[in-house]
Ligand binder design. Structure first.
Ligand SMILES: [Fe+2]
Length: 175
């Protein structure tokens, strides 16, 4: 079941757009979601987002390289939770999470995940997954992965790490 608003009220992001274009687009999309019929993924998302639009905008952080936004929700040495907002054609690049076990749960839209392993200093894809709403991607500790949004709409996912990652910098970053 999809909870995406109708095309008329769900602006698509331009694949060449910058942060200045994408951010208001994302905020508009989130505002649009607030008036959609409630479903479980939407209830979860709305319970995690700041109610105040100004607060929401302030907390959004942007990855220029990956063209996605993220928002920290919770962090202590035992775990970390954040939201990711994937614009059209956004790309996390290939990375790992040091020793942290990670879970990715899609709340809006769909994303593609590649699980990777490293051999002779090269990355190999050993599994590719299409994650739809409420799909859970599991990334074992030391596992590398890459998330991309090949769809024509924004996608939103919640990410959990146990324990907290040693760094938020990407550990692997292929060209
Ligand atoms: Fe990751």
């Amino acid at each position: 079941m999809t909870i995406l608003p109708s095309k008329a009220s769900f602006p698509k992001s331009n694949s060449l757009a910058t942060e200045e274009v994408l951010k208001p687009d994302l905020c508009q999309v989130i505002q649009g979601l607030r008036s959609q019929p409630l479903t479980w993924p939407l209830i979860i998302l709305l319970s995690l987002l700041p109610k105040n639009p100004t607060q929401l905008e302030k907390q959004l952080q942007y990855s220029e390289k990956g063209r996605y936004f993220w928002m920290p929700l919770f962090s202590n040495p035992f775990g970390e939770v954040l939201l990711c907002f994937w614009s059209v054609n956004s790309d996390s690049r290939s990375h790992d999470h040091f020793q942290s076990l990670a879970f990715v749960i899609v709340l809006i839209g769909k994303i593609s995940q590649k699980l990777l392993h490293v051999s002779a200093n090269k990355l190999f894809i050993f599994e590719q997954q299409e994650l739809k709403e409420l799909s859970v991607g599991v990334i074992p500790a030391y596992q590398a992965h890459r998330i991309q949004n090949f769809s024509q709409d924004w996608a939103i996912s919640v990410h959990l790490y146990f324990p907290r990652r040693k760094s938020i910098e990407l550990a692997i970053d292929e060209d």
